[in-house]
Design a binder for this molecule. Structure first.
Ligand code: EPZ
Length: 430
């Protein structure tokens, strides 16, 4: 079993380069099957497991993948020949549901197994289905396990999202890109990865306007072609390193970022007393004193990102005073606080609100990564804590952070991955 071992108390110093955005990559990779051509994708976080699963799924349905270098692939989707994706694939990756929109756009039909529920709370897709049906598709959900979408022809239509949903916005864009006529998505998500998907599709010859606002107009295009496209930097990875720099009272230059994507994170770190210097494609974060308290309410972009909530909670657990975090996106995103409490944090959770009474120091302890961003938070906590922290279930972290041990080590962190056998593993024979 892999785990991370951290000896804390070392302020981070130096430079780190952010990889391409996971959530943009997970939307763009399935989009490549909308053309019968070759798409070259650069600045791709090829080594994170979510991207590897997405690429494996493409191969499974007949695409040919060529690895050009450590962050560039070519996807040849001319021979994509299946519209079915089984649970064996989707159980690994929630974002597999993007293949419903992409396969609908390619073949006019899709049969995709739904992944189960997950750690953040229920993951309904009613808004995705609302969009597909508006475009003329017939949707059936078999035993709440398989989504079957069929349409003799997709026609553009207006779709009003009852809730701001990144996934639904992505999926509807994928299906609408090749529908006949105009689709207008209102109350659309505005995350940077939505804009990145629109830019990728437009590079393929699509006609999409308004991405990044709450109204996206997609004029369907029959024939899309291949392209070369570079994925935007990962906003959440950048934010994770920003918080780690501040929480360890270090001084770190974070390269390959788009500062505008980080505004809400920078604002909150400054409120807590950090110094932020912005450059064209980098930010420097430094902090020398104990952080001050601040209140966080997670919101859809451009609000404070829910995917930065656990990381920020670690900083606030050592702040002067009491802070409140209100989680408005997910119903179950405070599980990590139990792990932080093992390290001495004083946090009380009541529904969607966490109250954090800052303590001087956290203490190293054996903890686990409940999910991707909770795992990132455990790394930051371990870097700050006195003594040794061991983090189990690190496979969650490797879903979304490329070369994470190497990147933190290069900033001076005492962190390493170890392989251990659980002596109490009753499944082991003998
Ligand atoms: C995306 O998830 C991200 N994942 C999540 O990041 C992120 O937390 C989330 O957006 C919010 O920003 C990817 O991009 C792969 P939503 P998604 O649809 O699309 C409800 C990470 O750590 N909803 O915007 O699944 C839903 O239950 C991950 O990288 C419906 O009710 O999120 C939630 O409460 C974790 N009906 C809210 O909307 C629907 O049809 C927002 O969900 C769809 C969603």
């Amino acid at each position: 079993m892999e785990k991370f071992v951290i000896n804390g108390g070392v302020p981070l110093h130096g430079e780190v380069t952010v990889s391409g955005a996971k959530n943009a990559a997970l939307a763009i990779i399935p989009a490549a099957i909308l053309c019968r051509d070759v798409c070259r994708i650069e600045n791709l976080p090829v080594s994170i497991s979510d991207v590897r699963y997405m690429i494996s799924t493409l191969k499974y349905i007949g695409a040919t993948i060529k690895y050009i270098d450590r962050s560039t692939i070519e996807i040849d989707s001319r021979n994509v020949n299946s519209y079915m994706i089984s649970h064996d694939m989707t159980k690994h990756l929630r974002a597999s549901y993007y293949f419903i929109g992409a396969l609908l756009g390619r073949f006019g039909k899709a049969r995709v197994a739904m992944p189960g529920g997950c750690y953040l709370g229920p993951r309904p897709i009613d808004q995705h289905i609302k969009g597909f049906e508006a475009l003329g598709a017939t949707i059936s959900v078999e035993d709440n396990a398989i989504v079957e979408a069929t349409s003799s022809k997709l026609f553009g239509a207006p779709v009003y999202l009852d809730i701001v949903s990144v996934g639904a916005t992505v999926n509807i864009m994928l299906a609408a890109a090749r529908a006949e006529g105009m689709t207008i998505i209102e109350n659309a998500a505005k995350e940077p990865h939505i804009v990145d998907l629109a830019n990728f599709l437009n590079s393929m010859g699509a006609d999409i306007r308004g991405a990044g606002t709450d109204v996206i107009k997609i004029r369907g295009t029959e024939n899309l072609h291949g392209c070369t496209y570079s994925i935007i930097p990962d906003q959440i990875e950048a934010g994770t390193f920003m918080v780690a720099a501040a929480a360890t009272r270090g001084n770190v230059l974070i390269n390959n970022v788009i500062p505008k994507h980080l505004e809400s994170i920078s604002t909150k770190l400054i409120e807590c007393g950090a110094d932020i210097e912005e450059y064209d494609e980098a930010v420097r974060v430094s902090m020398t004193e104990r952080p001050g308290k601040c209140n966080i309410k997670t919101m859809p972009h451009p609000g404070f990102p829910t995917d930065m909530q656990p990381q920020m909670a670690v900083l606030l657990s050592m702040a002067e005073g009491t802070s409140l975090i209100s989680e408005s996106i997910w119903s179950n995103r405070f599980r990590y606080t139990e792990q932080l409490q093992r390290m001495g944090a004083r946090i009380t959770v009541d529904g969607q609100i966490a109250m954090i009474h800052g303590v001087e120091k956290l203490k190293g302890a054996p903890v686990k990564a409940d999910d991707l961003r909770a795992g990132a938070a455990m790394i930051i906590a371990g870097l700050c804590a006195e003594g040794r922290t061991e983090i189990e279930d690190v496979m969650h972290i490797k879903r979304g952070y490329e070369n994470v041990v190497e990147k933190f080590s290069n900033l001076g962190a005492d962190i390493r991955m170890v392989y251990s056998v659980d002596p109490f593993d009753i499944n082991k024979v003998g």
